[in-house]
Ligand binder design. Structure first.
Ligand code: ZN
Length: 179
């Protein structure tokens, strides 16, 4: 278990399409544990493997004390639209309003390699979309109409993604994997 350094915007790994995981082995278990430690230390509500320099399709999310580990996640369905506030641990010091789906359905595998299907809305749904974007080399900055819309964090706000006025605090309806 260890906290790993988080890459910031400008690092090419953040812009790569991450590779699919083929199986859970010791190195992957260690990566997931380190990602959880790193996310909690930041603190953030989500972290994708490319953010710690590993171009694999793995992400962790923790919202309302529910920890979710996603391996090879894919978006199955997006419904509705809203513009929550969003930040990213890889873009420290800034936040902006981005367009996101209100509800998202995702399929993935958990760390026991079981297939899981998750539905999310509010902050959890936003985090699912944000982390899956990371696995495709996308940052929320790409979803802003203009970089002029970026706001500076002051003096200190939580990072990644931030709770929105409209939909925070909803419990995810899916199953979270074991810690
Ligand atoms: Zn991020």
């Amino acid at each position: 278990m260890a906290v790993r350094p988080i890459l910031v915007v400008g690092n090419p790994v953040l812009r790569q399409k991450a590779m699919k995981v083929k199986r859970v082995d010791k190195a992957l278990e260690e990566l997931i544990d380190d990602m959880i430690d790193t996310m909690r230390a930041a603190p953030g509500v989500g972290l994708a493997a490319p953010q710690v320099g590993v171009p694999l399709r793995v992400a962790v999310i923790e919202v309302d004390n529910v920890l979710t580990t996603l391996i090879n996640p894919e978006i199955v369905k997006l419904e509705g639209e809203y513009e929550p506030e969003e930040g990213c641990l890889s873009v420290p010091g800034y936040w902006g309003h981005v367009k996101r789906a209100q509800r998202v359905t995702v399929k993935a595998r958990d760390r026991s390699w079981r297939e899981i299907r998750l539905k999310g809305e509010g902050l959890f749904g936003q985090a699912l979309q944000h982390e899956i974007d990371h696995l495709d080399g996308k940052l929320y900055l790409d979803r802003l109409e203009s970089l002029d819309a970026l706001q500076r964090v002051e003096p200190r706000r939580p990072h990644e993604p931030e709770p929105s006025a409209s939909g925070s605090g909803r419990r995810p309806t899916g199953t979270a994997s074991a810690p």
